[in-house]
Design a binder for this molecule. Structure first.
Ligand code: SF4
Length: 474
């Protein structure tokens, strides 16, 4: 059984894509570590990177080439100041040279040393092979970016059933929703309580709190940045940022000087009924506009769907409960992380494997369950909320126009957030005994649907809106 921490599901990184940006970035870091462990790093004369399948087909739009170069340069996606990304890339392009792990200069032509191959590798659609040349001999390592920034190496033990073998050391290991409910009943704890017990087995409580605060602050800053940045998004589609205008109309002449003051200002603002959806949409759009411009976001569970969880948590804080504090934020993040992990274990969180149901569908289910617990739902109702949110995303395809994480991705986050709120409300009025489709069934159905889905709807930009819209009109 896989042991997935909430900090594996909610990771701080850089946009626009967790599988196509964060994953390849992390893979490059791991390859450098591997070279060092084998005493090869210092001897490397040349490096090339082959991208395969979906990584190749949408890699340009998803900035996979940038991610690989940044990873090879030793930059950390969690901490790199986002404004120096362009400087590093421009330097590599201009000088045809890369500061390998920021330790030694090595010749690198970004046009020829990153190779986009249309073919798919066998294990996963997002494959990449790093090659180091030493004394005329090539040393190759293949990695797969399996969604949400998770990376596995090809050599890792894979069973006959093509499943990776994991070992879990949590005291309350969960594979499915039913396992979680059993532990809630046995321990007389809400879902957030069981998840916290598991986290406490690997970290000090102070460290859990610190990291969750850092995640929340990153989400808040991301929403703040998105709501205060105008203009068009990069990439060539000329997509206008909308969070700026929507926010301006909603906030009026209010003044504040920091994200925290901004939050408090919104909490004091009288919100009319018809403005509630606008606020939620605005928060979600803001995050994904920042994501589309290679800004700092929290992968939740992916970058393309990073806006849903912050938007629903903000909804709770500015509409439902003006007294909400860190304890509420903590519960929300713990529950959402756990629900995301159930989808990762039972299905997928990779659009290259399951289409957009695996991204927006999962993020909506995570947010719905988390909101339901904060609104007083029982553990059973929390899982009902997650189930409802996913049930109405089943079959959702991934078809980003131009391979960019912009259309339909950005708007789709506002839809996912609003469905999550509705799912939580429906679950609160539902007796779980009467539910016909439990969460575990919908997880399984999502996976079966993913397997049936045509490859062109799995983050390849070869179907749907990606081919239905003429780019010259954009
Ligand atoms: S369509 Fe959905 S899954 Fe595909 S890139 Fe956009 S947000 Fe991600």
């Amino acid at each position: 059984m896989e042991c997935i921490s909430v900090f594996d599901m909610l990771k701080i990184g850089v946009g626009p894509s967790s599988s196509h940006t964060l994953g390849p970035w992390r893979a490059a870091e791991r390859w450098i570590k591997e070279l060092k462990e084998n005493n090869r790093f210092d001897k490397v004369e040349k490096i090339t990177v082959d991208l395969y399948g979906s990584l190749s087909l949408t890699g340009k739009g998803h900035a996979t080439d940038y991610a690989v170069m940044l990873g090879l340069s030793g930059a950390d996606p969690e901490y790199i100041p986002v404004d120096i990304i362009d400087v590093i890339i421009a330097d590599i392009k201009t000088n045809n040279s890369l500061a390998f792990n920021n330790e030694k200069a090595i010749a690198f032509n970004y046009k020829t040393d990153i190779i986009f191959n249309r073919k798919f590798l066998p294990y996963h659609s997002n494959g990449m092979t790093f090659t180091a040349t030493i004394n005329g001999r090539n040393y190759k390592s293949t990695y797969y970016s399996i969604g949400g920034g998770f990376v596995v190496q090809e050599e890792r033990k894979i069973s006959k059933a093509n499943k990776i073998i994991f070992y879990c050391t949590f005291p309350y290991p969960t594979q499915k929703g039913d396992d979680l409910l059993k532990f809630c009943n046995d321990l007389k704890l809400p879902i957030s309580g069981v998840v916290l017990e598991n986290e406490k087995s690997i970290r000090e409580v102070a460290s859990i709190d610190l990291e969750l605060k850092r995640i929340w602050n990153t989400m808040l800053e991301c929403m703040y940045t998105g709501c205060h940045t105008e203009g068009n998004l990069p990439g060539g589609l000329n997509v206008r940022r909308r969070a700026y205008d929507i926010h301006k109309n909603l906030i009026g002449d209010s003044t504040y000087e920091s994200p925290q003051q901004w939050l408090e200002t919104i909490r004091k603002t009288e919100v009319k009924f018809r403005q509630i959806l606008k606020w939620v949409s605005c928060f979600a759009l803001a995050v994904n506009e920042v994501n589309a411009s290679l800004g700092r976001v929290v992968t939740a569970p992916t970058n393309g769907s990073a806006g849903v969880i912050p938007a629903v948590l903000m909804y709770y804080m500015v509409i439902e409960n003006h007294e909400a504090d860190f304890e509420h934020i903590k519960k929300f993040l713990l529950v959402s992380g756990e629900i995301g992990s159930i989808f990762k274990k039972g299905a997928t969180i990779s659009a290259a494997m399951g289409g957009c149901q695996a991204e927006i569908g999962v993020s909506s289910a995570m947010a719905a369950g988390a909101l339901c617990e904060l609104l007083g739902g029982t553990p059973e109702q929390v899982l009902v909320a997650a189930e409802i949110a996913m049930e109405h995303h089943l079959g959702l395809t991934c078809d980003p126009i131009g391979g960019l994480v912009q259309i339909p991705c950005i708007e789709r986050n506002s839809m996912g957030a609003i469905k999550a709120i509705n799912a939580a409300e429906l679950a609160l009025d539902t007796d779980p005994k009467n539910v016909k489709v439990p969460l575990d069934k919908v997880v399984n159905t999502m996976w079966e649907t993913a397997k049936d889905m045509n490859t062109k709807y799995k983050e390849t930009s070869e179907g749907g809106l990606a081919v239905g819209v003429n780019l010259s009109d954009c």
